[in-house]
Design a protein around this ligand. Sequence first.
Ligand SMILES: NC(=O)c1ccc[n+]([C@@H]2O[C@H](COP(=O)([O-])OP(=O)(O)OC[C@H]3O[C@@H](n4cnc5c(N)ncnc54)[C@H](OP(=O)(O)O)[C@@H]3O)[C@@H](O)[C@H]2O)c1
Length: 324
Amino acid sequence: MGNRSIKWGIVGLGNIASQFASDLLLIENAELTAVASRDFTKAEEFGGKFNALRMYNSYDLLFEDLEVEIVYIATPHNSHAELSIKALEKGKHVLCEKPMALSYQDAQRMVEASKKNNAFFMEAFWTRFIPSIQNLLQKIGNGIIGDVNYIKADFAFHGSETENKRLFDKELGGGALFDIGVYPLFLSYIVLGKPKEILAKTIKHKNDIDLQTSMILQYETAQSVLHASIVSESDMKAIISGTKGRIELNAPWFIADGYSLFINEEKEATFTFPALGKGYSHEIIECQNCILNNEIESKLWSHQNCLDLSRIVEEIKTQVKLPF
Ligand SMILES: NC(=O)c1ccc[n+]([C@@H]2O[C@H](COP(=O)([O-])OP(=O)(O)OC[C@H]3O[C@@H](n4cnc5c(N)ncnc54)[C@H](OP(=O)(O)O)[C@@H]3O)[C@@H](O)[C@H]2O)c1
C-alpha cells in the first residue's frame, strides 16, 4: 500500500474548511494541492494560510485539476449532493461534510456515483473516528455495561440569526435536525443500529426550519432519547446505559476526550483519549488509508452506514414536515 502522499482539494472556504485544513497540516502524507472559493481573494488568503499549491475562483476548476485526488466538500448542506456527484463524475474521491444530503434519494445518488466511478466516498462523520468513540464502541461490544437499553444524547446551543446565518437559512438547509441533530442520531445508530420506530416533535421558526427537535428511537429492548436545538443550551454529556452499568461521555460528547464508567452507580474508572488536533485528523487518516488500499468506502463509516443515517433523518424530516 505504501505511504505516498495523498493530494487534497477543498471547496467552500468557510468555518469548517479552516478547521479541517489546520488538521490536514498535521498529517505527514497529506498535501493540500488546491482550494476553491467563489471569491478568489478568499481562496488566495486561505491558500496562503494553509500552504495550498493552487487557488481557484470556481469549484469546477478544482474538479478539473488533474493532480487533486480527493475533494473535501465544505459548503452548506443544500449543495453537498450536486457537488459530490460532480466531483465523483470527474473521477475524484470525495469526503463530503455532514449531513451528506437533504434527502435520502440524494444520498442514494451520491453512493451510486461513488460505485459507478469506482471512487471513494464518505460522509465526513468525524466523530466516528475519534479515539474516545473508537475505544468506547470496542468496550461496549465486549459487554462492559451489559446490554445497552438506554441512550441520552443531545447537541444544543444558543444560535443567533445574525451570527449563525447559515443555520437559520431555509435555502441552505438550515435548522437543528440537519446541522446538529444528526450527531445524537449517529450515536444511537452506531451503538444500537437501525431503530424499529421513531417519534419526533419539533418547534419551528417562522420560516419553517426547526429550531429544536426531540426524538425517541425505539428498539426491541432499548430506547434513545435525543435532542437538538439552535435556541437553547445543554451540558452536552451523553449517557449510554446498559444492564450492568453506564458510560458517561465527557462534554461535549461528540468530541469527547474520554469517558467515565459506572458500575452499580459507583464510578469504576475514567478513560482519557485526546484527539489529534481538532479531531478532524482521524477522518483524514481514514480517507487516506482507504484510498491507498483502493477502497471506495470506509469499513467504519460505510456507504450503508451513511445511507442508514440519512434514512433515519428522512423519516424525522417527514414526520415533522421540514421544508426540504
Ligand atoms: N464536521 C463538523 O464539525 C462541522 C462543523 C461545522 C459545519 N459542518 C458542516 O460543514 C458545512 C459548512 O458549514 P460551515 O459552518 O463551514 O459554513 P460556512 O462557514 O458558512 O462556510 C460554507 C462555505 O460554503 C461556501 N458556499 C457555497 N455556496 C454557498 C452559499 N449559497 N451560501 C453560503 N456559502 C456558500 C462558501 O465558501 P466560498 O465563499 O469560499 O465559496 C462558504 O464559506 C455544513 O454542511 C455543516 O453541516 C461540519
